[in-house]
Design a protein around this ligand. Structure first.
Ligand SMILES: [Zn+2]
Ligand SMILES: [Zn+2]
Length: 241
């Protein structure tokens, strides 16, 4: 996810190859060399695959928890990485970056709350469930980007091996549409303008099911929130908030 606010250019997670990210940024009219920061939620390949190469190629600063940086061999890259500590605010330019520990089967995974002078962004992908502190930390963000990974019935009937199904459903796996909707309903306030449902499984979910679930949970509030689904294929283009 590429974010721009108050002059800061930030990539949140970097799961594509370096080349693919360059192409996608170019399609948005963004010069990769102008990026200020790559924020990493955790070390899994679909979030960090291209991070090291991209950071080296463009001299971009990376940030993540100490364990995430260590897992990715990024503890000693230049420029010096920024260490995110769960619950502690980190100032980057005019932004305040707060990592929030999430339950997921990685070394030290976090969600992010990004407070910028232009508004706040909440980013929570890859979590098995949403404990109260995670919901509270993302409360009132103008933009919410939340995982809505699977529909429980599609997952159950789908082709995945039993162990993988258990992992996905488990408390340190991924959010179902229903769990995501509950999370969103708890975190959204009158300030919330944009909701992006992300990390949908191609095999075990459908965009219409995820959107319906979020609409239902938000009730009347859904009328004032623009909702979209993050596409794996071509990407989404700009969302202005
Ligand atoms: Zn993960
Ligand atoms: Zn993931």
């Amino acid at each position: 996810m590429y974010l721009e606010a108050s002059g800061l250019r930030v990539l949140v997670d970097a799961g594509f190859s370096c080349r693919e990210m360059e192409a996608r940024l170019a399609a948005l009219g963004v010069d990769p060399a102008a990026l200020d920061l790559i924020l990493l939620s955790h070390e899994h390949g679909d979030h960090a695959r291209g991070a090291a190469r991209f950071a080296r190629r463009f001299g971009c600063t990376v940030a993540g928890t100490a364990a995430t940086l260590r897992c990715l061999g990024l503890s000693r890259v230049s420029p010096r990485p920024l260490t995110v500590e769960s619950g502690r605010a980190l100032r980057v330019g005019s932004w305040i970056v707060t990592g929030v520990a999430v339950p997921h089967d990685a070394a030290d995974p976090v969600a992010f709350r990004l407070d910028t002078p232009e508004g706040s962004i909440g980013y929570a992908l890859d979590l098995g469930h949403a404990p109260e502190p995670v919901v509270r930390n993302l409360e009132g963000c103008q933009v919410l980007i939340v995982e809505s990974n699977h529909d429980p019935d599609l997952l159950e009937q789908g082709p995945y091996p039993r162990e993988l199904k258990q992992r996905l459903k488990g408390p340190r796996g991924h959010l179902s549409n229903g769990e995501a909707a509950e999370f969103i309903a708890g975190a959204a306030t009158r300030e919330t303008r944009n909701l992006v449902l992300a990390h949908l499984s191609r095999t075990n979910n459908r965009a219409d099911l995820a959107l319906l679930s979020a609409h239902r949970a938000l009730g009347k509030q859904s009328g004032s929130i623009r909702m979209s689904v993050a596409e794996q294929g071509p990407g989404n283009g700009w969302i202005e908030s």
